[in-house]
Design a protein around this ligand. Structure first.
Ligand SMILES: Cc1ncc(COP(=O)(O)O)c(C=O)c1O
Length: 468
């Protein structure tokens, strides 16, 4: 065994979701030894019913054959260009055809023009978060990120990798982050000597907060960002996992103010998580050292070229296939990504409805004891116990599995450290319930989810001591 003396290396804290999945087999055994069925309301993964890749693989093969035919090669031994490119070292920007197709359809969907030259491929939204943090941390000065309390665990985890980075968080009400608190936090961070590059948020289908920011709140937050001169990093995995009517959908920040925003698109929810397709898009210009002004996309491109070098070109080409109609429609580009979303939404809409219906049926008569969010997008609802003395800590979660077979995620770990310092009880009355995942499909999925929510409601009544 290598014996490396590395006193400066510290153990990273383990996220509660990771701890949960590590302890799940033991808890599952315990629950099963009591004859309990395990109910999933914890996992935040896309549902297996809408992520079967086989149909996609057929479509991709047909699209690639179409590309090959379009090249019109006469020599049967010649390698088609799309195939050569898919398996070669390529430009950090990735295949131009993928970016052009995506820019046209995504821009049309959100009523804005997207410049394909400013689309930087990333390894999912995770890669986009990493890229933005790396850019901000590169100068080596103390850096403070503004984000919501609670916020996405992947963001907190990434910030935790840098010893000179910290979080100044902003509490939320049911419309979004509080603009005055955001302004105060930016100023407090600056007064404490930090460089404040951006505010990170998930305005649509917030993970973990289980709601979407209102249009008015987006505008107010944008005003603060403009006044204070910071960017908004908009993580957007759930923009298409939307349950709102088209006329009620709020606008993403990048459509409102592309020069103030860094938009992180991911193919993980609208397509598949495995191929790790994502794009960072921004029209921001930054004043940098030496009095120069440079496009953020340019900086991100340089950063990406020394980090991932280039994103998997075959994955990007596969994503391009997804953006084209099937053979019988002549492989023309799809008119809108809402077409793709519909294929996913059928399941998520139904699941969301089951969750909300059963919660209402079983707990609606106890508004003084329980509250939950009604998500307009995304995978989650946040459930709050209103009784004093309920503490949704790790022991609570263990008991929920051991005594009721219900897996849910506690919220406290999603609150950044400063939020927990302001309020030691932050999130300790809340759980994140996810309605996106179950092991079963079709009618069994509906039945399992209904049973899971009923089991959860029985546990909640038990905890609050209501309903006999
Ligand atoms: C808010 C948020 N950001 C990022 C991710 C990770 O996305 P990706 O697979 O694109 O890296 C998730 C996944 O659950 C998420 O909820």
């Amino acid at each position: 065994m290598a014996n490396l003396n590395a006193p400066d290396i510290v153990l990273q804290p383990v996220s509660v979701t990771r701890k949960m999945s590590a302890s799940l087999p033991r808890l599952r055994d315990l629950a099963q030894s009591k004859g309990l069925k395990i109910h999933h309301l914890g996992a935040g993964y896309p549902h297996p019913e809408v992520t079967d890749p086989r149909g996609f693989l057929e479509h991709q093969a047909a699209y690639f054959a179409h590309l090959e035919a379009a090249e019109g090669l006469n020599d049967p031994a010649a390698v088609p260009e799309y195939l050569r490119e898919s398996f070669s070292y390529t430009d950090t920007l990735g295949p131009v055809s993928t970016r052009q197709t995506f820019a046209a359809v995504y821009g049309r969907d959100w009523g804005t023009e997207i410049d394909p030259q400013k689309l930087i491929p990333t390894v999912g939204a995770t890669g986009g978060i990493n890229l933005m943090c790396s850019l901000a941390e590169r100068p080596g000065k103390p850096v403070a990120y503004i984000t919501d309390a609670p916020t996405y665990a992947g963001f907190t985890a990434r910030v935790g990798l840098c010893q000179h980075a910290t979080i100044f968080s902003v509490e939320m009400d049911d419309e979004g982050a509080l603009p005055d608190v955001m302004r105060a936090q930016i100023r407090a961070a600056r007064d404490a000597g930090y460089f404040v590059p951006f505010y990170y948020t998930v305005p649509d289908g917030h993970n973990p907060a289980g709601f979407s920011f209102s249009q008015a709140r987006r505008e107010a937050l944008l005003e603060v960002a403009v006044d204070e001169g910071i960017l908004i990093v908009e993580d957007a995995p759930y923009v298409y996992i939307s349950f709102a009517d088209a006329s009620d959908r709020p606008r993403p920040f990048f459509a409102m103010a592309p020069a103030q925003t860094v938009h992180l698109f991911t193919g993980s929810k609208i397509g598949f998580p495995g191929p790790r397709v994502g794009f960072l898009y921004s029209e921001a210009e930054l004043a940098i050292a030496g009095g120069e002004t440079v496009a953020l996309a340019e900086l991100a491109l340089t950063e990406a070229s020394s980090d991932v070098l280039f994103q998997n070109p075959a994955s990007l080409r596969g994503f391009e296939a997804l953006l084209h109609e099937p053979a019988d429609s002549g492989f023309k580009p799809i008119a809108s990504m809402w077409q793709l979303a519909e294929g996913k939404l059928a399941v998520y809409r139904e699941n969301r409805q089951i969750l909300l219906e059963v919660l209402e049926e079983e707990l609606g008569q106890y508004p003084q004891h329980f509250r939950w969010t009604t998500p307009a997008a995304g995978f989650f609802s946040v459930f709050t116990f209103l009784d004093d003395g309920v503490c949704t800590d790790d022991a609570f979660i263990e008991n929920l599995v051991a005594d009721h077979g219900v897996v849910a995620i506690p919220m406290y770990d999603f609150y950044p450290r400063d939020a927990r310092e302001r309020d030691a009880q932050a999130g300790l009355d809340q759980l994140r319930l996810s309605f996106c995942f179950s092991e079963s499909t079709g009618e069994a999925r509906r039945r399992d989810l209904r049973e899971a929510v009923k089991a959860f409601c029985a546990a909640a009544r038990d905890v609050a001591g209501v309903g006999g």
